[in-house]
Design a protein around this ligand. Structure first.
Ligand code: GLU
Length: 467
């Protein structure tokens, strides 16, 4: 059978790095096995789900570089891929469970349930449904339904069952059914509950493997019971360890708690995000920047870590640096939004500034600094102020010379200056700032006319006339 994985977000807000990681691992898992990766929208919570969030989800996942074989935007053989449009299937399954007495109507009000819960907690017991409505006879229940009384549907958890299964990440699991109360399948407002709809959809969509957050660990035995009652095969589940902040700090808005949209706005590249996520709780290879196919080729569920993954902004920056370096000039142009440079000079500027740029604004600053001699950062102005004007005049006399080693030699002879007393002011004059690319490359980038203008401007700023 073909391996089928899925990502099943609820469209209630923007996609965060945490759930993007879940999506990525499911996509890698499927791609490695030549299987299918499905996107399903879990929008049963009508109050919180919004269509605009579905569009954003699709946009964010595509930006990250993920593609699915079936989903809300492209359809597929097992649709619809919105839970809100799968009501008939839920109804059918619920009727079957009711008919076989595996489910029953529950008339308990929220107030009753809250009071029950409080009593249990006060007595030091874990809260669980008491089973009050489980013992109502069919006739009594029918009468109350006919009178229009609001009711939910609950699953009748079989007593004394030991539920055992293998978690793809956590290994062998065993849970006693007596530790769980009868849980809700359909809420009083008629909407299907998460546990039920999610499990049934996985079976209906022939999902074979699910990687999801560790917050769902306790749902798995319940979902297995529901599917068993329906005579359906559950997928194999693997629960990804939580992401925790570096050194015990809370998750940061710049790291794992950040939305993909906010990272994109900050100029973080999707390749950086993907490479960062692929190593969050996973010992991914290679250690170099990798594309989706390469990551998928190396993916192995057995290498997913059991211990919590550590969010580390410094790592994200590390991948960003590598990703920026790999950008083509065309992509870098679109990414940076630089407009102060002629298009035909861009590849040369990009080549010059790429190693010193991590964000689009870094490139914009370089483009501006190199556009005009007056566009200069304050420290560069101060540095020039301390240097002799003769240094800039001597260099200016060589503005036509393409051989930078010769230029330096001539300035050295003319001024007697060397080392940092020569390089620092020269760099300040040529680039408008005190650090950045190699001087020889800066020189090569500038035209003779630009060199002359910059050096002339610097000579005017320099205070002392003696060399
Ligand atoms: N809609 C659920 C969530 O976003 C899906 C959980 C699952 O993957 O099974 O948490």
């Amino acid at each position: 059978m073909r391996l089928r994985t899925r990502f099943a977000p609820s469209p209630t807000g923007r996609l965060h790095l945490g759930n993007a990681r879940t999506a990525l691992f499911n996509a890698l898992f499927a791609a490695k096995a030549g299987g299918a990766f499905i996107l399903r929208i879990e929008d049963t919570d009508a109050g919180r789900s919004q269509a605009v969030h579905v569009d954003e989800l699709v946009e964010d996942l595509r930006w990250l570089g993920l593609a699915w074989t079936e989903g809300p935007d492209i359809g597929g053989d097992f649709g619809p891929y919105y839970q809100s449009r799968r009501g008939d299937r839920y109804r059918e399954a619920l009727e079957r469970l009711l008919g076989e007495d595996r489910a029953y109507p529950c008339f308990c009000s929220p107030e009753q349930l809250a009071a029950e819960r409080e009593r249990q907690l006060a007595a030091g017991h874990p809260p669980r449904y008491s089973g009050r409505c489980a013992r109502l006879g069919n006739d009594a229940a029918r009468r109350r339904i006919d009178l229009g009384e609001a009711h939910a549907l609950r699953f009748r958890v079989p007593p004394g069952r030991r539920i055992e299964y293998e978690d793809l990440i956590r290994g062998h699991q065993a849970v006693m059914s007596d530790s769980m109360g009868d849980f809700i399948l359909r809420r009083a407002d008629s909407s299907p509950a998460f546990l039920f709809a999610n499990a049934l959809d996985d079976a209906d969509m022939r999902i074979s493997h699910v990687l999801r957050g560790a917050d769902h660990v306790s749902n798995t035995p319940r979902q297995r019971l529901v599917l068993e009652a329906l005579g359906r095969k559950p997928p194999a589940y693997g629960h990804l360890p939580l992401i925790v902040g570096a050194q015990g700090r809370p998750l940061s808005k710049r790291g794992a708690a950040a939305s993909l949209a906010s990272l994109r706005e900050r100029g973080i590249l999707p390749e950086a995000v993907m490479n960062y996520l692929a190593r969050l709780g996973y010992s991914a290879e290679p250690a170099t920047l990798a594309g989706f196919d390469e990551l998928a080729g190396n993916f192995d569920v057995a290498r997913l870590a059991l211990s919590p993954a550590h969010d580390d902004e410094a790592q994200l920056e590390h991948w960003q640096r590598l990703a920026v370096r790999e950008l083509t000039a065309d992509r870098a142009w679109r990414w940076s939004g630089v407009s102060s440079v002629a298009r035909d000079r861009w590849p040369a500027l990009w080549d010059l500034a790429r190693d010193n740029s991590r964000r689009p604004e870094d490139l914009r600053v370089w483009a501006e600094l190199l556009a005009a001699p007056q566009a200069m950062l304050e420290p560069a102005r101060a540095e020039i102020g301390l240097a002799p004007a003769g240094l800039f005049r001597a260099a200016g006399n060589c503005a036509d010379c393409e051989d930078f080693v010769r230029v330096l030699e001539r300035v050295r002879i003319a001024t007697g200056l060397g080392g940092r007393r020569l390089f620092k002011p020269l760099r300040a004059a040529l680039s408008g700032c005190l650090d950045g690319p190699e001087l020889a490359r800066l020189w090569a980038y500038l035209t003779p006319r630009e060199r002359a203008a910059r050096l002339d401007y610097a000579a005017g700023l320099a205070q002392r006339d003696d060399a």
